[in-house]
Design a protein around this ligand. Structure first.
Ligand code: ADP
Length: 270
C-alpha cells in the first residue's frame, strides 16, 4: 500500500476536552512529487533541441562561404526550432491538466466537429505519406466536456496513427455510443506496440523507439495528454495493439444526452 502522510495535532480546549486535528497531506505530497519529476524531465528534454540549435548556429557561421552547407544547417535549425515549439506547447497543455481536477464548467461538445477538425489538422502529414484518413459513422454524438481538451486528445491520437503507419496505409476515426459514454476510436494499420510496452506509452516522455521517434518529430507527451484529458472528464483511454498489424486507441468520454424537446415529449408512447 502507498504510505500516507498524516499529521495529528492535539489542542486542549478545556479541562476535559481536547481537540484533535488530523490532516492528510498524501494527495498534496503526491502532486508535489509528480511536479518535481516533471520539471526535471522538462529541463532535460528542452536541452536537446536548444543544444542542437546552438551547434547548428555555430556551423552556419563557420560555413559562410559554402551556400549549400548554410542551406542544409538552416533547414535543420528550422526543424529543431519547430520541435522546440511543439514541445513547449505540449508542456503547457500538460501542466494545465496535471491535477486531473474534474472540469469546472463542462459544455456540450459535438463529436463530428472534433473528428473533422482532428482529421483536418493531420491531413497535411497524412497526404505527405499517402495515408488516407477515413471518418466512420459518428451519428451526431455529443460529449460533455471541454472542447479544447477533447480536440487536443483526438488530434494527438490521429497524429500518432499517421506517424506510426507506413506509406499508403489508412487511418480510421469512428465514434459510437456505449451506455452513458461515447467511444471515439482511432484505428491504424501501422507498426503496432509490443505488449510489454503498452503500459508505459502513457508515461510522460516515454517512447518505444527513440530513434524512430526522432524522425517522426514527436515529443513523447501526446499520450500523456490524452490520459489526463480522459481523467479530467471522468473517462478512460483503452488501447489494443498488435506489432506489425496496427493499433486502436479508444477515448471514452461521458455522453451528453439531450433532453427531449416539448414536441418529442408529446409523442412519447404511454
Ligand atoms: P510521441 O510524441 O513520441 O508520439 P506519445 O506520447 O504520443 O509520444 O506516444 C508515446 C509512444 O507510444 C510513441 O513514441 C510510440 O512509440 C508509441 N505510439 C503511440 N501511438 C502509436 C501508434 N498509433 N502506433 C504505434 N506506436 C504508437
Amino acid at each position: 500500500a502507498t504510505p500516507r502522510h498524516v499529521t495529528a495535532r492535539i489542542a486542549p480546549i478545556g479541562s476535559r476536552l481536547v481537540l484533535v486535528l488530523v490532516e492528510d497531506r498524501t494527495r498534496e505530497r503526491r502532486i508535489e512529487a509528480v511536479r518535481r519529476d516533471f520539471v526535471a524531465n522538462v529541463s532535460h528534454e528542452l536541452k536537446t533541441p536548444v543544444g542542437a540549435i546552438r551547434v547548428l548556429a555555430d556551423a552556419v557561421s563557420e560555413a559562410a562561404d559554402d551556400p549549400e552547407a548554410v542551406r542544409r544547417f538552416s533547414h535543420r535549425m528550422l526543424t529543431e526550432s519547430d520541435r522546440l515549439t511543439a514541445l513547449v506547447l505540449q508542456i503547457i497543455e500538460l501542466s494545465r491538466l496535471q491535477g486531473d481536477e474534474p472540469l469546472e464548467s463542462p459544455e456540450v461538445v459535438d463529436v463530428d466537429q472534433i473528428i473533422a477538425s482532428a482529421a483536418d489538422t493531420t491531413s497535411v502529414d497524412a497526404a505527405r505519406k499517402g495515408i488516407s484518413i477515413r471518418v466512420g459513422g459518428t451519428n451526431g454524438l455529443k460529449v460533455f466536456g471541454a472542447e479544447e481538451q477533447v480536440l487536443a486528445a483526438v488530434t494527438n491520437l490521429v497524429s500518432n496513427a499517421v506517424a506510426y503507419s507506413d506509406v499508403g496505409l489508412s487511418v480510421t476515426i469512428a465514434a459510437r455510443a456505449s451506455d452513458d459514454n461515447v467511444e471515439i476510436s482511432v484505428i491504424d494499420q501501422g507498426i503496432g506496440i509490443a505488449p510489454a510496452e503498452i503500459d508505459r506509452i502513457f508515461e510522460r516522455f516515454y517512447r518505444v523507439d527513440p530513434a524512430r521517434h526522432r524522425s517522426t518529430g514527436g515529443t513523447g507527451l501526446g499520450l500523456s495528454i490524452v490520459k489526463h484529458v480522459a481523467a479530467t472528464h471522468g473517462g478512460d483511454v483503452k488501447v489494443w495493439s498488435s506489432p506489425g498489424r496496427g493499433s486502436t486507441f479508444t477515448l471514452i468520454l461521458p455522453q451528453h444526452i439531450a433532453a427531449p424537446t416539448a414536441d418529442e415529449a408529446d409523442h412519447e408512447p404511454l
